[in-house]
Design a protein around this ligand. Sequence first.
Ligand code: ZN
Length: 295
Amino acid sequence: MSALPIPADETQVSACICCGEAEWLPKFRVLRECKSCGFVRADMDLTHEQVRKLYQEDYFQGEEYGDYLADQESHRKNFAARLKTVQRIAGDIPSLFEIGCAYGFWLEQCQKAGIDCAGVDVCAEPVRHARMVMGQNAQLGDFLSIPLAKERYQAYCMWDTIEHLANPEHFISRVHGLLPDGGWLFLTTGDIGSLSASTRGPKWRMIHPPTHLQYFSTASMKRFLTRQGFEVVRSQSTPMHRNIGETVERVANLGKGAPKSVAKAIRRVMPRWLKKMGFWLDLGDIMFVAARKVK
Ligand SMILES: [Zn+2]
């Protein structure tokens, strides 16, 4: 028992976002697992502001993403395929808002398909690119504080974004408040319950706090979204189009153990033409989720 008083919002920060309980077990040294429901998160309590500071301009150009812009063709292929998946599930979507829109490659695909779309991101340089180069309706800001009219958009998207948030429940709750009944939420994130994640254990490529704070499985995602007033309509793994140079770069920067050393060696000798080639890859550890606001 601690004699120190615990601030009211600290107990709130450490409550499990999937079940509301607050008892955690250590996992892989840097993570913690909810004793009650098994949800996994980083073993650190960052504030919303601390998280925002992590995403300066170099975020998309070093550490986690290699050089995001150099890999434009892969982003276009990924998002074109994803839009088809979204339309297969939800039919034609008239309007859509993206949280974490980065350089605007998803918005570009949506605009091409005639969807009335806009997005927000906390990173300045990507937003500038989305606006000035891609001609997209992107704004610099924090989704939790920008003005948005209720029922203005029929769908919200968060691609590889939810794992970065200190308080995903605040984001999903706002999305719920803004959507009309039956409106859609689409997201992707790593799946810690996948075969690939369980095989790799602490070495799984997605484990890197403090940028990745939330580690959902399909089960915990369903529990979380249900608690937030959504019905999960589809949950499946999603293939990613990868550029060979970019993939090697990622493993060399973020990989662990032998793959990292091999990638560093390959990076030095790989010819330019090979770096530019691409391929589709489904490791089964990225989940795509489509959910609807419950009527
Ligand atoms: Zn829990």
